[in-house]
Design a protein around this ligand. Structure first.
Ligand code: ZN
Length: 322
């Protein structure tokens, strides 16, 4: 008997995750594989991850109703085209990712920016616990960006760049960023920035960096403070700009790394103690993280797939608002 399944695929610079969820609840299937690089290889890896997730659920492609797909870079939500996904080697010419995956699978596909989809996944998860109108998901991975839910709707901006806070210049004399400007926020607060800090200090993990800082290593203290201060400023920046109810700190660098969250909270407490404005806006309960076993990217991608069918509209043109 054919099962009705919705699938979500979350393509990151390093890993591609897939989740399949039966329409009527029941056992889910999950898999993750290394991401492909270049347009065609990205499609191959995405489809392979989906096939693996289907297998763990004891299902096949013919059971799929629709697929939601999250990808970094500049995503044309209407067409499913992706460009400037530098961590996937997709350049400014772009690649028709949505159309390619759809023709491979033969089901409706909806594509959106990975952080926007993660924001949607986090929003659906958290609003079952408390009412939320506005939420920002700050994703710290290879780079840094934010996904926004405003007035209970995914906010993309006029050209799909809303939330690209990683490319806000905070120090014009700083390092050259992949975007071409100097001293962008993500040159201080991102997985790449952490890599640089580790190389500078000779330790291999973020935890070891913090431990060295606590043990009195001056260089470790300097670079780790720079990292956590800039992450806290990213939280401050998003709060001041959008005044959201909840800011979720997530992404590969933060997930399961309690030390990062603890240090960001310390810095936010310092900002609150220093500034009356920060004190009134940046209340402690606005910042949250998600359980380590909750994957907001694929959860949001499944929600996007459901909306594609439920709204009964042409794929890639649905609204994901509730
Ligand atoms: Zn930049």
């Amino acid at each position: 008997m054919r099962r009705e399944l919705f699938a979500g695929i979350d393509i990151g610079g390093t890993t591609t995750e897939a989740l399949v969820v039966p329409a009527d609840g029941g056992a889910r299937g999950y898999a993750e594989l290394p991401s492909g690089h270049g347009g065609e290889a990205t499609v191959t890896a995405a489809v392979a991850a989906l096939d693996a997730a289907l297998e763990t659920a004891g299902a096949g492609r013919s059971d799929l109703e629709a697929v939601g797909l999250g990808v970094p870079g500049h995503v044309d939500h209407a067409t499913g085209d992706v460009r400037l996904a530098v961590n996937l080697d997709i350049d400014r010419e772009g690649f028709p990712l949505g159309a390619k995956v759809a023709s491979e699978l033969g089901v409706p596909i909806a594509v959106d920016h990975d952080m926007r989809i993660a924001a949607l996944g986090a929003y659906n998860h958290l609003r079952s616990q408390r009412p939320i109108e506005h939420l920002a998901f700050i994703g710290v991975g290879t780079g840094l960006s934010a996904g926004l839910i405003l007035n209970q709707q995914v906010f993309r901006g006029s050209s799909g760049f809303a939330g690209e806070i990683g490319h806000i210049v905070v120090d014009p004399a700083g390092l050259l960023c992949a975007c071409g400007l100097n001293g962008c926020l993500e040159t201080f607060a991102s997985g790449s920035a952490i890599e640089r800090a580790l190389n500078q200090t000779g330790v291999t993990t973020t935890a070891a960096l913090f431990a060295a800082a606590d043990a009195g290593d001056r260089l470790a203290a300097q670079v780790s403070a720079k990292l956590t201060h800039h992450l806290a400023w990213a939280v401050h920046l998003v709060t001041m700009t959008y005044d959201v109810d909840v800011i979720v700190l997530g992404g590969g660098v933060v997930a399961g790394n309690e030390a990062v969250e603890a240090r960001v909270r310390e810095e936010l407490a310092r900002l609150r103690a220093t500034s009356v404005v920060a004190h009134s806006v940046l209340s402690e309960d606005r910042l949250t993280t998600l359980p380590e076993d909750f994957h907001p990217g694929v959860e949001g991608a499944v929600a996007l797939a459901r909306h594609t069918i439920e709204n009964n509209q042409k794929p890639n043109q649905e609204e994901v608002s509730e």
